[in-house]
Design a protein around this ligand. Structure first.
Ligand SMILES: [Mn+2]
Length: 436
């Protein structure tokens, strides 16, 4: 276990060097926004309440199915991952919760892990089950499915695993379970399309009945891979059918990369809000399919438009009155071969916060008026004006007020953290990190 943190007095020293230019930049954007009638104080208050959860599996170097190129100092244990998560949160002050994956992160002593996390200023977000890989010693194989399997024994094993994830999560203080299934087929005729879904719903009803009070179950869809012909939970429509069949504690999780090319993801989000079943997000970005690239790296405008729907819904009295309460969870789910994972998670969280901040700048009254009058150009201009505003100084100010770094990337690199943990953590093998 590598118990390093970045000393707060070092962060203060680096902040002092940057503070004068930061103040000038903040005054610049504040002037622009005040002329538009936007309250800087209100904006900073909204930003202060915004958080994103980080994935425990995002701190190791990811891979593709062709290979993995480990970097030095990768976390080996769950404790290592928590220390890495603490560094990200200490610098960016945006990611105080970690989303765990079972069995990759099964704690040997859940109470000790919870204590360690608390001492690092961290808590736990949704638990993620795994029935897409066979684990050593398990009696049944998931080769032909898990919760949808034709064999009752396989379904039983997959249900028991999900219930175990809930039990571990309860000990850690988590409040949600995310279920993503690799179940599906690669050839026509392999699977009865309707019965496969019936079996998934039946199995999930058993998992649902094991949810403690205050817990939520997120159903995550994905159009293809590993099944290349039919996936059982392939889109938001099927995911919504599942959530509605289960009950009010079940809702849909939107992984931004889990859509076919050119899908209007912000409209999917709007539909799930309308059905009052938007449970949360897995943020990432993609060019072609489920590429798991850094959030905001390929389609930042799409990310902004997703947040535009969320900010709009948060202010809508109809949505506010809905029960269960509209309160989506924000989580990062990404990994790849090239970047330092710690830097990638930190910068991605900031890109997500940036999209949220820009969505807060949208003049909703003006937009509604242009929509009513069918003034296409002016309506688009309202969105573009918000999107094109450089909000970086506002994000830096939010970090600074919470005790973080004005420039977290430079602070991280100057800290020498990666080199320090590289000396202490053994090099991991080349196996795939596994990304869902
Ligand atoms: Mn995901």
């Amino acid at each position: 276990m590598s118990g390093h943190r970045i000393a707060s007095d070092l962060v203060d020293q680096w902040n002092q060097k940057l503070e004068r230019s930061h103040r000038r930049d903040l005054a610049g954007v504040s002037g622009i926004l005040e002329r538009r009638g936007i309250s800087i104080r209100g904006l900073l208050d909204s930003l202060a309440g915004f958080e994103v959860a980080v994935p425990s599996w995002g701190f190791g170097q990811g891979g593709t199915r062709f290979g993995r190129f480990p970097i030095s100092g990768e976390p080996v244990t769950l404790e290592d991952k928590l220390f890495d998560a603490a560094v990200v949160n200490d610098l960016a002050r945006l990611t105080p919760r970690v989303s765990l994956h079972i069995p990759w992160d099964r704690p040997s002593d859940a109470r000790a892990i919870r204590r360690l996390a608390r001492s690092l200023g961290l808590g736990f977000d949704a638990m993620n089950s795994n029935t897409f890989q066979d684990q050593p010693g398990q009696s049944c194989s998931y080769k032909f499915g898990s919760l949808s399997h034709t064999d009752r024994g396989v379904r039983r094993q997959a249900v028991d695993h999900n219930v175990e994830c809930i039990e571990i999560g309860r000990e850690l203080g988590s409040k949600a379970l995310t279920v993503w299934l690799a179940d599906g087929g690669s050839f026509p005729g392999q699977q009865h399309l309707r019965r496969a879904l019936d079996r998934v719903i039946g199995s999930l009803q058993e998992v649902y009945s094991a949810l403690p009070g205050g817990w939520r179950l997120f159903s995550e869809h994905k159009p293809f891979e590993p099944g290349f012909y039919s996936t059982v939970v392939q889109d938001w429509g099927t995911s919504l059918m599942i959530a509605q069949a289960l009950g009010p504690k079940a809702s849909c999780l939107v992984d931004l990369g889990h859509h076919l090319p050119n899908t209007n993801v912000e409209q999917v989000v709007a539909r799930l809000i309308a059905a009052n079943r938007l449970g949360g997000f897995h943020f990432n970005d993609s060019k072609f399919a489920d590429d798991d690239l850094s959030a905001g790296s390929i389609r930042p405008y799409q990310l902004f438009l997703v947040f535009n729907e969320l900010v709009d819904a948060a202010a809508d009295p109809v949505v506010r009155k809905a029960r269960p309460r509209h309160d989506p969870s924000f989580m990062i789910d990404q990994s790849h071969n090239l970047k330092d994972p710690l830097e990638d998670v930190m910068l991605s969280a900031i890109e997500i916060q940036r999209a949220y901040c820009k969505a807060l700048l949208v003049d909703r009254e003006a937009l509604a008026g242009h929509q009513e009058r069918n003034d296409v150009v002016m309506a688009e201009r309202v969105l573009k004006q918000a999107y094109e505003t450089d909000v970086s100084p506002l994000l830096a100010e939010t970090r600074l007020r919470r005790g973080g770094a004005i420039d977290p990337l430079v602070a991280y690199r100057r800290s020498g953290y990666r080199a320090r943990v590289a000396r202490e953590r053994p090099v991991r093998g080349g196996s795939s990190a596994g990304i869902v």
